[in-house]
Design a protein around this ligand. Structure first.
Ligand SMILES: [Mg+2]
Length: 176
């Protein structure tokens, strides 16, 4: 068993290294927060997460960084039931869970409408490169995960976000 508290403290340390932080962190569900497709599960099953996920979500919450879910799962009812069982129902400002032919651009439009957070102030984690490509074209810092969200992915995400934020800031100040 991982010690969620230990992961959370390590995540807090990582977050503490950056001044330019995202205002909203958006997560895919299947193969990003949990290691399965929830459409292949039953609502009455007990869901489980990748091992470092809970500690990371609690660290972001403690730092006052808002979170949201963007999933193309065709079984929103199962996904919502699992989020509820994990105690995450109120952790996320928005749950956009619907299947769509767009690679989550529609999900992000809705999240933006609900939260008013600009795309450039968002950080996104997903395991599918098509989603990463489409969403990063909208201006969202987007990180491809291949073994779920973990501390390494968090580190990479915050580093890329911070780099992007500082380069757009220096471009702005150069332009006057
Ligand atoms: Mg996925």
């Amino acid at each position: 068993m991982v010690d969620d508290e230990k992961v959370k403290n390590e995540a807090l340390q990582i977050i503490g290294q950056y001044q330019n932080l995202p205002r909203l962190v958006v997560f895919d569900l299947d193969y990003t927060l949990w290691p399965f497709y929830c459409e292949c599960r039953y609502e009455d099953e007990t869901p489980y997460l990748y091992r470092e996920v809970r500690g990371i979500l609690y660290a972001l919450k403690q730092k006052g960084i808002d979170m949201a879910v963007a999933s193309r799962s065709p079984t929103a009812d199962i996904a919502q039931a699992f989020l509820h069982k994990l105690g995450f129902q109120s952790l996320f400002l928005a749950h956009e869970i619907f299947s769509s032919w767009t690679h989550k651009t529609e999900h992000f439009q809705k999240i933006h409408r609900k939260t008013a957070v600009p795309f450039t102030s968002m950080l996104f984690f997903d395991d599918e490169d098509r989603n990463i490509e489409a969403v990063s074209n909208m201006g969202v810092t987007s990180i491809l995960v291949d073994d779920g969200v973990n501390l390494d992915a968090l580190r990479q995400g915050l580093a890329e976000f911070s780099l992007k934020a500082s380069s757009s800031h220096s471009r702005r100040s150069m332009n006057g």
